[in-house]
Design a protein around this ligand. Structure first.
Ligand SMILES: Nc1ncnc2c1ncn2[C@@H]1O[C@H](COP(=O)(O)OP(=O)(O)OP(=O)(O)O)[C@@H](O)[C@H]1O
Length: 286
């Protein structure tokens, strides 16, 4: 295992020396990573580390300030709107609260991208929609409205919609958040089955350590601004890197500070007057 950028002979997505910040605040610094084609890659790491930002860079919703984001060898950051539009048709993105259109039936939600992006006749659209709904176990729910289905079912409909155009890459942001254990197991199984059946390259951003390690072929752990570790789940689990160790063993103490940076305890709770004019202290300061 290594924290260097791996160069998979067949990577669908590569970030090369990417630096990105929101305004002055740098989130990713000289970050390099590769996502192998046809596999399930998990991106994990401390909250606020920039995982969703990486998905946005790959989807072209954000552009890197430095470095390259390559999808199929093409630099997403250098694409014009038309190229980006074409590239996005080959990507499915499922964000945690990726809402369905509430005024459309389940069927019409899944048909939407097909009607929007293709000239296929309605009979063919019908067959594709029913196939996609069948793949997520919801062919029978086609006529229901979003208000008539559960949250877990709504996510599966969103998944059917995301694969409607047969993407080559699918990105899930927190697919397990808020799901009960059965729905969670079903979601993980679905991600794996769809990936295998459709030959998809899958990227999953998740905080659910156990489920994600079970699911993924390749795991990337983000440290502050860069990759702390990457490899198979077994390799990452065995890492001696203190940050990775803290993360994969869910330890409350370690390099990832519990406290958001702010004033020290003595300053906030000390005798009256002690706080006057005192300076803010570093993260994790007791
Ligand atoms: N549009 C934005 N403008 C300014 N700052 C942002 C914006 N989006 C995200 N950030 C900040 O960038 C940092 C990284 O955010 P991001 O959502 O990529 O992290 P994350 O690793 O996905 O976090 P989490 O695991 O908590 O979802 C966070 O500190 C966040 O506050």
């Amino acid at each position: 295992m290594s924290s260097d950028a791996p160069s998979f002979a067949d990577a669908l997505v590569q970030l090369r020396n990417v630096t990105f910040g929101y305004g002055e605040r740098v989130i990713l610094r000289d970050l390099s990573l590769a996502v192998p084609r046809g596999k399930v890659t998990a991106i994990m790491g401390a909250s606020g580390g920039g995982k969703t930002t990486i998905l946005r860079l790959i989807g072209g919703q954000q552009r890197a300030q430095q470095g390259q984001v390559l999808v199929n060898g093409q630099d997403v950051g250098a694409m014009d709107m038309q190229q980006l539009y074409a590239a996005r048709r080959r990507m499915g993105m499922l964000f945690q609260f990726g809402a369905l259109f509430t005024d459309m039936s389940v069927f019409d939600n899944v048909a939407f991208p097909l009607r929007e992006h293709t000239d296929l006749p309605e009979e063919l659209i019908r067959d594709i929609v029913l196939m996609k709904l069948n793949a997520v176990g919801l062919r029978g729910a086609r006529d229901l409205m979003p208000s008539q289905i559960s949250g877990g079912m709504a996510r599966r409909v969103a998944l059917a919609r995301a694969i409607a155009l047969d993407p080559e890459l699918i990105m899930y942001d927190e697919p397990f958040a808020g799901l009960d254990p059965i729905s969670l197991g079903t979601a993980a199984q679905l991600i794996r089955q769809l990936g295998d059946a459709m030959g998809l390259t899958t990227i999953v951003v998740s905080h659910d350590l156990e489920e994600t390690f079970r699911l993924a072929d390749h795991v990337i752990i983000l440290g502050p601004g860069s990759v702390a570790a990457q490899g198979t789940p077994e390799e990452v689990r065995a890492s001696a890197d203190p940050l990775v160790h803290q993360f994969v063993h869910a330890l409350p103490a370690g390099p990832v500070p519990f406290h958001y940076p702010g004033p020290g305890v003595a300053q906030d709770f000390g005798p009256p007057g002690a706080s006057g004019g005192a300076q803010h202290q570093g993260a994790g300061r007791p």
